[in-house]
Write a protein that binds this ligand. Structure first.
Ligand SMILES: [Zn+2]
Length: 81
């Protein structure tokens, strides 16, 4: 699997949309590729923040949910190249 393929699949991987065998290929790739591991980590953090916001956790009352979900996380926003 190329980095391009892995990065393309990471989103689906995190949403649990990949078949077990394809998900395993993504896991193997990020286990060996530091660049893609960084992408996966950043994407995981973003997705967790998104789901937390959707569930109403850790979101200030004065911050709209959609705004919280779209706010880039400090220090991680620029790592995805
Ligand atoms: Zn890679």
């Amino acid at each position: 699997m190329s980095c391009k393929d892995a990065i393309h699949l990471i989103c689906w991987y995190l949403e649990g949309k990949l078949s077990r065998s394809v998900a395993r290929e993504v896991e193997i790739h990020v286990g060996e590729c530091k660049d893609c591991y960084v992408v996966l980590e950043a994407a995981t953090t973003t997705l967790e923040a998104y789901f937390n916001a959707v569930e109403g956790k850790s979101v200030p009352d004065d911050m709209p949910v959609h705004q919280a979900a779209l706010t880039p996380l400090p220090a991680q926003a620029n790592k995805v190249a």
